[in-house]
Design a protein around this ligand. Structure first.
Ligand code: HEC
Ligand code: HEC
Ligand code: HEC
Ligand code: HEC
Ligand code: HEC
Ligand code: HEC
Ligand code: HEC
Length: 355
């Protein structure tokens, strides 16, 4: 525990000096452009310690009422505390981590009596306040503890934090995966190593001038299916959703699945890969919706062909703002957010959600 704390203090000092957190700090020296841009993305900011989360700093006292239960997130000294009461009894615990940057939503991992819970109250950017966390398990709590949150199995903790954070370098190897101590010893956010495998070996070999050992997989060469697999580690792959669901509108947020349903999608073409529309490091370039027109037109323009040599059709209806008609937005009930449907298609008025 003390070791983990000392490591966190070192991380805070580096952060104060404007350096990105380890293990991605060493990359910044040689790849300044990617590093500078990355640490401003929502992916990089998708998890934060409660004392640092900008959303909790800006909202030091949040409250919400749901049936007989009243919720509050407030500060005790410097520490944000999450609490729920039914009027007679109260459960109240310090927040361990804030997950989600908050533009769409933010949910809290809270420790209570040595176990971890996913908060039943989440913050939503659209309503600038708390509402119930998405998921059937949060719908009708039959006890104060269930109203507090969902008990997380060690498997839940590991899955959750592997997508939203990385291991703290030097954290004790003996920590039991998914335990409270393991969960504490995380560095928040999506890091370079989430997408670039074995970067530490590369970095040290680069520093010693060993070019062969330093070689990295060139992600620029990936075709659409390979990129979908890479991003699908977190955004879920086509196979994940095809096998496990969900069916219906809840799957609109799983872009690698949705885009594969489009006639536009060709697994071997780079022009329809995630990175054709989204720079993985720099999200500031996207100016909706005209920004995306040139991606559509990399295929849908006079004379362009598919990789197998087929000619592509053109739109007779309009010449700009393609995504506004062909990638409509849908709100998952309770999510307070409209997700762009990556199933690119001709949308008929009043048609039910396909898939
Ligand atoms: C000592 C300097 C140095 C450090 C530290 C370093 N790199 Fe590199 N990296 C290089 C050089 C030089 C290249 C080769 C550039 C080229 O061939 O375009 C490279 C190439 C890469 C590539 C492959 C680019 C391509 O061709 O697609 C990636 C990805 C990469 N580095 C990521 C990282 C990450 C992540 C880290 C942090 C763990 C890191 N690097 C740390 C110097 C460094
Ligand atoms: C390690 C997990 C992980 C991987 C891998 C990953 N993402 Fe993400 N991504 C996230 C999380 C978490 C969020 C939610 C950020 C938030 O709002 O808190 C997100 C959000 C996004 C967003 C919306 C937010 C924004 O910045 O506009 C885009 C676009 C995105 N990811 C694209 C990609 C692409 C493209 C890839 C593959 C090159 C990728 N992601 C790979 C975890 C990941
Ligand atoms: C397989 C990887 C993965 C796992 C596991 C995971 N997340 Fe996420 N999370 C993501 C991605 C990717 C996004 C971006 C979602 C999007 O734009 O559809 C995200 C977004 C979020 C958001 C932002 C609000 C929203 O709904 O978009 C919150 C809050 C969140 N996750 C909390 C959690 C919590 C709490 C857990 C564990 C119980 C968890 N996540 C497990 C990948 C994951
Ligand atoms: C969400 C996934 C993701 C994350 C996180 C990520 N990268 Fe990348 N990176 C990619 C992809 C995909 C490419 C290929 C670029 C392309 O297709 O345009 C790439 C390319 C690169 C390159 C080669 C540059 C080029 O244009 O060929 C370097 C260097 C690099 N990344 C460094 C980093 C560093 C340093 C970090 C951490 C600060 C980082 N990346 C974080 C996905 C990611
Ligand atoms: C042809 C362009 C295109 C491709 C390819 C594409 N996207 Fe998107 N994506 C968009 C548009 C347009 C939006 C909505 C942007 C907005 O409203 O600001 C979006 C939004 C998102 C978001 C934010 C969630 C939301 O809807 O608010 C995520 C996450 C995302 N895309 C991930 C991916 C992933 C992962 C892939 C690869 C499987 C991918 N995208 C491929 C165009 C594309
Ligand atoms: C990799 C090339 C490629 C890209 C990029 C691409 N498409 Fe397509 N698209 C195709 C192919 C191939 C078809 C099927 C044959 C055809 O219509 O020419 C198609 C079909 C369509 C259709 C007709 C679908 C139907 O149900 O008949 C629409 C609408 C469409 N694309 C819109 C778009 C929009 C909007 C974008 C940008 C967001 C886009 N496409 C990007 C290749 C692409
Ligand atoms: C105002 C809404 C709107 C916008 C904006 C728009 N489209 Fe369309 N598009 C449609 C409709 C509606 C159809 C179906 C026409 C029909 O079948 O009668 C269509 C059809 C298509 C088709 C199939 C053509 C065929 O011959 O079947 C393609 C490909 C396409 N659009 C691509 C694009 C691209 C690329 C852009 C941006 C440059 C774009 N669309 C902008 C509404 C739009």
């Amino acid at each position: 525990m003390r070791r983990v704390l000392a490591l966190s203090l070192a991380a805070l000092a580096a952060k104060a000096a404007g350096l990105p957190p380890e293990p991605s700090r060493q990359c910044a020296a040689c790849h300044p452009a990617q590093s500078r841009a990355h640490w401003k993305t929502l992916m990089a900011l998708t998890m934060a310690s409660p004392t640092e989360a900008p959303l909790l700093r800006a909202n030091p006292d949040l409250s919400w009422k749901s049936g007989p239960y009243s919720y509050r997130i407030f500060r005790e000294g410097d520490r944000p505390v999450y609490s729920v009461t039914d009027g007679r009894n109260t459960i109240s615990s310090p927040i361990l981590w804030a997950l989600g940057e908050g533009k769409t939503g933010q949910t809290y991992i809270v420790e209570h009596e040595g176990r971890l819970y996913e908060s039943r109250a989440s913050y939503y950017g659209e309503i600038k306040g708390l509402d119930v966390t998405i998921g059937p398990e949060f719908a009708d709590p039959d006890s104060l503890l269930k109203a507090f949150g969902r008990f997380m199995t060690t498997g839940d903790v590991v899955a959750c934090l592997n997508c939203h954070s990385v291991k703290q370098p030097g954290s004790p190897a003996a920590l039991r995966s998914g335990s409270v101590e393991w969960a504490q010893a995380r560095v928040p956010g999506v890091h370079c190593e989430h997408c670039h495998l074995s970067p530490a070996r590369h970095a040290s070999a680069r520093m010693s001038g060993d070019r062969n050992t330093a070689r990295m997989r060139r992600l620029k060469d990936l075709v659409a299916d390979e990129t979908s697999e890479l991003c699908g580690k977190c955004h879920r792959t086509w196979a994940d959703i095809d096998t496990n669901g969900p069916k219906g509108i809840a799957n609109v947020r799983f872009q690698p699945y949705r885009i594969a349903l489009s006639k536009c999608y060709d697994p071997g073409d780079v022009r329809i890969s995630c990175t054709a529309c989204h720079d993985p490091h720099d999200r500031s370039k996207e100016q909706a919706p005209a920004y995306f027109d040139k991606v559509c037109e990399s295929c849908h323009r006079a004379g362009a062909k598919t990789v197998s040599g087929r000619r592509l059709r053109l739109c007779k209806t309009a010449k700009a703002d393609c995504v506004s008609c062909h990638m409509p937005k849908y709100e998952i009930p309770g999510s307070h957010w409209k997700f762009a449907d990556h199933f690119i298609r001709v949308v008929r008025p009043g048609e039910p959600y396909p898939g």
